[in-house]
Design a protein around this ligand. Structure first.
Ligand SMILES: Cc1ncc(COP(=O)(O)O)c(C=O)c1O
Length: 355
């Protein structure tokens, strides 16, 4: 009975079903392999003890914004905090996209953009990067000019390909249309490239970040946007009240105040990324795409055999259903020990290239 009453746009949406990785080595979700240090955890626990759980959390996330602003080198009023950056993708669309408006993406990219676009009735216009996953700049700029989308989303570095655009390229794209530009920098800590300066001087630009990746806090669900204050004020109107619970706010503040202790983890992931890329690229039947994030996308000649082997060793990596990514696997950089186990398995399946 209720089906007849469902909103039309909901019917085509598939539920988001992340796989349950319990008991597995999880190299499939682009999480950090490092847990917070014990000393930082002790500070977090101390702060949590002081929280009055009978009270609503700070709706404005004042202290959290202050900590994020200090970490990012911007002002508190440039920040909007979200329950994960996922929530902020939705909020940006709620604020700017009317049903039927064009939302332009380069594909393949992060699947949640399509999900939230469908929820708000936006029309997704996709620029296909083909099997090499490279954005051909002139063709892309031309397409942006022609489509003149209401919202252009650049995932930078891009999940799942790992490719990254330079700031000059981002600026060229912004100059080609009149709509909003959302630059999703979930993997910023690994790439070091940011459009935050552009967002502060241009009110058509919003940068998105998260504490889930480089900061290793996926369990807290904290993301944030950087934009000029006038845009931030409208994003605040479009978000749910009390969207970040008191425990997450307090824990995230404690972590941001100890941000330096997490940066060594980032350097180690980058070094491991280089080591794994070099080791996997030596194998016949494996193509590695260059990555500026905490994962590597590879194309393999026989994905099913590899996946089967990995599954038997209780290692999970990300595979894809879409035609463009059918032979591809996305491997999150883990600890050196996890990475060695994974590489050894690949070396059992593939011979080394000659020469
Ligand atoms: C590109 C990108 N943006 C946003 C997110 C969402 O991150 P979170 O909601 O954990 O902040 C992810 C998560 O994988 C991602 O890859």
């Amino acid at each position: 009975m209720f089906e007849k009453l469902l909103a039309e746009r909901i019917k085509g949406i598939s539920p988001y079903l992340p796989e349950d990785g319990s008991g597995m080595t999880a190299l499939d979700k682009n999480e950090s392999p490092f847990e917070a240090e014990e000393a930082v955890k002790a500070v977090i626990l101390e702060r949590l003890r002081e929280i009055p759980l009978n009270r609503y959390p700070d709706n404005d996330c004042k202290a959290l914004k202050k900590a994020i602003a200090a970490y990012s080198g911007v002002s508190d009023e440039d920040i909007v905090a979200g329950n994960g950056s996922d929530e902020l993708i939705h909020v940006v669309m709620q604020a700017f996209v009317e049903p039927g408006d064009k939302i332009m993406l380069h594909s393949p990219t992060f699947s949640m953009y399509g999900f939230y676009a469908a929820l708000c009735g936006g029309q997704v216009v996709s620029y296909d990067t083909g099997s090499g996953f490279k954005i051909e700049e002139e063709t892309f700029l031309d397409r942006i000019r022609r489509e003149n989308p209401k919202l252009l989303i650049l995932c930078n570095p891009n999940n799942p390909t790992g490719g990254v655009l330079g700031l000059i390229q981002v600026e060229a794209m912004l100059a080609c249309f009149n709509g909003m530009l959302l630059v999703d920098e979930a993997y910023y800590e690994y790439s070091g490239i940011t459009a935050q300066g552009l967002a502060l001087k241009n009110d058509r630009v919003i940068v998105l970040r998260t504490l889930s990746k480089g900061m290793g806090l996926a369990g807290l669900r904290i993301g944030y946007s950087i934009s000029c204050p006038a845009v931030a004020a409208y994003l605040e109107r479009a978000r749910p009240p009390f969207n970040i619970n008191a425990l997450s706010q307090a824990a995230a503040i404690a972590v941001m105040e100890n941000a330096a202790s997490f940066l060594s983890g980032i350097e180690s992931v980058k070094a491991e990324r280089a080591r794994m890329t070099e080791r996997l690229a030596r194998l016949k039947g494996v193509v590695c795409y260059p990555s500026a994030a905490n994962f590597i996308l590879i194309r393999v000649s026989n994905p099913d055999e590899v996946l089967d082997k990995l599954e038997k060793q209780r290692i999970r990596v990300k595979s894809f259903g879409s035609p463009a990514l059918r032979d591809c696997l996305r491997i999150t950089i883990g600890t050196p020990e996890e990475n060695n186990r994974l590489c050894s398995l690949f070396e059992e399946v593939y011979d080394e290239q000659c020469g």
